[in-house]
Design a protein around this ligand. Sequence first.
Ligand SMILES: [Zn+2]
Length: 309
Amino acid sequence: MKERLKNWFARMWVFLVNRNTEGLSDGQGVPFDNDMVDLVDAELESQDSPISREEWGDIILYRFIDVPRGIKAYFTTRNGGVSKPPYQSLNLGFHVGDDPEAVSGNRKLLASVLDLDSALITSPRQRHSAEVSLLLDQTDVGAGADSEDSAFDPCDGLITSLKGAPILLHFADCVPVILAAEGKTQSVGVLHAGREGLMQGVVGRGVLSMSNQGVAPRSITAAIGPAIGPCCYEVDDETASRFADQFGADLVTGNHLDLPGAVKQELTGAGVNAGNIACLDRCTACSSGFYSYRRDGVTGRHGAIAWIE
Ligand SMILES: [Zn+2]
């Protein structure tokens, strides 16, 4: 019953947002339909996958289930939002040139189906660095919720033990990583692992930051979200050779880099149990259900969001 109600509210919100942004478009304002996600998800349904697909009206999300009770974690897709091309449709990034009202509308839509207050969602300014920060101060909760100008200080990983403080980072090809754990307290984190950040050690820094909060790495569960796969991520000779030197030749085929594979290796290297790492295994450049900077250039951003209830 609760799910039905949520779906109803989500649809109502889409209707209201579309009505309010009518003047900005051709008046259609129709959210993208499910055809946009060309994902084959039968395997997620059939096996005991730690990542499951959820549909909330037109919004399609991937939920990371293997987390301590009271922690919630999701990867978003392009479906179910109000942004117009080339940002269609659930663009969560304010910094990509989309209409800010549409981005706010999308964040509210997402918040409504997840039972969150969109004003409390914290996002940092991402810089392809290895900087990982802690969200400790209640006054910082909600930084970046309404614009890029208000975003949390530049970093590419954000960790918190605060309750009711969802962390959202943005992606279009780079690897989203969600960390969750229960130590002395519960802790969640989201990392933005692009090639540069990966090579600078953002994944290890994320695990270290969490373990500094009293969480043993072996108690961390991690999910690797939608990211550009080795099928589509080709780089020049010099970059491929630097990547192979750092992460091993197994993760480079021709000049194609396996970023999600490198993230997994970094996680286990930092002490996370391989059995505690889930991988969605979806290539953003192959699938129109996700944003891909490499495929589309000017485009939106999907998200990874995690919080302690
Ligand atoms: Zn691909």
